[in-house]
Design a binder for this molecule. Structure first.
Ligand SMILES: *Cc1c(COP(=O)(O)O)cnc(C)c1O
Length: 556
């Protein structure tokens, strides 16, 4: 027998067939291709099957059509002639955006000195004070007036005074260095504990973050790393109702996770639990529910989602960023009747986010991410043990953090307390309920409410009128409503200032509806323009370009 060379498979083949290396060479090729094809096809079949289960047959075809259409539109838009047209339109819009921030258009002839370079010599405090007066003069909206949806989570003049005093006491504190700033560490851990008990899980664990987006990013990262460590998942996927906050798509984008967006129930506007269940597959790391969601304020069926998550041993993040200090106080304020348990009372809820810079009236840049267990929280951490700069442990995205924000938040939460938040919840939700019932009665023939909102947000649309035109007319009257897409609608997120102006809102609505009925296409305002483009077939592509241009201009 001659000395055998080649791979072990070669050797085995030669041994079995008594030396027919030629045939073996061919067969090896065939086996290779069969294996590759089987693997590829089974992979394609598994993935297609999962896709069809998640999207349904109609949804799958619609998705395929959209993908082809999107490709074709991109192709058309890349033709030289359309490119020229698009560039010209973008140029026009850029000019329009620029104009809107142009000093020549500052109100009341305010003049501001421009400072593109660091001044050579320091300015005086008096100089700054004068500039501040000017800068205040260009703010177009009086935020205390109560005409802005959401945005201004004003707790009252006394609360603002507490914030500025608290912050000035801890101006330089940085929780990154907890040994230098033990006071901030104590306050931060108390903020987290207070939230955990409000959401009915004092034994849980959490951290503070810079806002709702960071809380959501952290939760998604935690589940990604948890699923990898405990289940070996390397191609993670998450399932969200389409009404979830954009931050979940941002997290998927940043963290390399496939996201399935599942349509909500058209009538109730709540997550479709059965449909979400069909989208679960072995790569699923988490599902999401909102309490309530941003677009129309619906509270997803958290108990059912929790059962689903528990059955599949995956995470359920309940986004109560907007729910903030409204949701935990609904019961105490007398609005709890129709509200299902939305928090850690459901065993399957494994994490929650609560923006204390919204309805807890804390300074901006403060949110809390909470987990069912300290063990789960550990997947959020980033530790570098062998860094040249020494051991580097960090709980969340940021390195250095503004301790004064936490000092402000801690002070506000202590200052307002349970009775204070119960009262603010009562005022805010009363206003929302008032708007809801007025639209359902006074405006029943022209407007309709989306779903059955129970918290602070009320969204409405119209089967007859252009809702964006209506919103533009309201803008002319000083109101800032939020525009929503799919279906076209607007919403009002009530706050303390707007809770006092709901009757004025209704009067102005009545006036605008009447005007719009007389002159149906009477508006060419921004919302009509922007969402008008959005609804055309080239819309999404153009709007994306437009948004990028807009951000560019902000930094000019
Ligand atoms: C505001 C909000 C967020 C994120 O908040 P930021 O603080 O703006 O990052 C997340 N989810 C919902 C439902 C929200 O309303």
């Amino acid at each position: 027998m001659k000395v055998q060379t080649g791979t072990r498979l070669d050797q085995a083949w030669t041994f079995v067939t008594n030396d027919k290396p030629d045939n073996w060479g061919q067969l090896q090729g065939v086996i290779f291709w069969i294996l590759l094809a089987t693997w590829t096809y089974s992979n394609i079949i598994v993935r297609s099957w999962r896709h069809v289960r998640a999207k349904g047959i109609v949804g799958t075809f619609r998705g395929m059509y959209k993908a082809v259409e999107g490709f074709a539109i991109k192709l058309i838009l890349s033709l030289p002639s359309s490119k020229r047209k698009l560039n010209q339109e973008m140029g026009d819009l850029r000019t329009k955006f620029r104009k809107s921030i142009d000093p020549a258009h500052y109100p009341n002839g305010v003049k501001l000195r421009s400072g593109r370079e660091l001044p050579k010599h320091g300015r005086s405090l008096e100089w700054l004070q004068e500039e501040w007066r000017g800068l205040k003069g260009i703010e177009k909206t009086d935020v205390d007036e109560g005409k802005v949806s959401g945005t201004v989570y004003h707790g009252g003049e006394d609360v603002n005074q507490v914030i500025s005093e608290a912050m000035s006491q801890f101006l330089l504190a940085n929780p990154l260095h907890s040994s230098v700033f033990p006071a901030i560490r104590k306050m931060e851990s108390e903020i987290v504990s207070m939230c955990l008990s409000l959401f009915n899980h004092p034994d849980g664990a959490g951290t503070t973050t810079s806002g709702g987006t960071e809380s959501i990013l952290m939760a998604v990262k935690t589940y990604r790393d948890w699923a990898k460590a405990t289940k070996g998942i390397t191609h993670p996927e998450m399932i969200v109702p389409e009404s979830a906050h954009a931050a979940f798509w941002k997290a998927a984008h940043y963290l390399g996770i496939k996201i399935h967006s599942i349509p909500v129930n058209k009538k109730s506007r709540k997550a479709d639990v059965a449909w979400m269940g069909r989208a679960i597959n072995p790569n699923t790391i988490m599902i999401v529910g909102s309490a309530p969601n941003f677009p129309d304020g619906a509270i997803d069926p958290i108990p059912a989602l929790a059962r689903l998550a528990k059955r599949h041993n995956i995470g359920l993040h309940v986004d109560s960023c907007l729910g903030s200090f409204i949701m935990p106080f609904l019961d105490r304020a007398g609005f709890g009747e129709e509200v299902e348990p939305f928090d850690f009372r459901n065993e399957g809820v494994t994490s929650m986010s609560c923006d204390i810079h919204k309805y807890a009236f804390c300074p901006k840049g403060a949110s809390v991410i909470m987990y069912r267990s300290a063990e789960l929280r550990r997947y959020q951490y980033f530790i570098m043990a062998d860094w040249a700069g020494g051991l580097y442990p960090s709980p969340s995205m940021a390195g250095s953090r503004p301790g004064m924000i936490l000092a402000g938040a801690w002070a506000v939460m202590n200052y307002i307390g349970t009775d204070g938040y119960t009262e603010s919840c009562r005022q805010i939700v009363s206003a929302a309920r008032h708007l809801k019932s007025a639209i359902q009665t006074r405006f029943a023939s022209d407007l309709y409410v989306l779903g059955d909102p129970l918290a602070s947000v009320v969204a409405f649309g119209s089967h007859k009128l252009s809702i964006y035109a209506l919103a533009d007319m309201m803008t002319e009257r000083g109101w800032h409503l939020n525009a929503l897409a799919n279906p076209p609608a607007v919403h009002m997120a009530f706050t303390l200032p707007t809770s006092k102006t709901v009757d004025r809102l209704l009067d102005d609505l009545e006036y605008c509806v009447a005007q719009l009925k007389k002159e149906p296409k009477g508006s060419s305002g921004d919302m009509v323009a922007l969402y008008g483009i959005g609804q055309t077939s080239v819309g999404p592509h153009v709007v994306e370009e437009l948004a990028k241009t807009y951000i560019d201009v902000l930094y000019e």
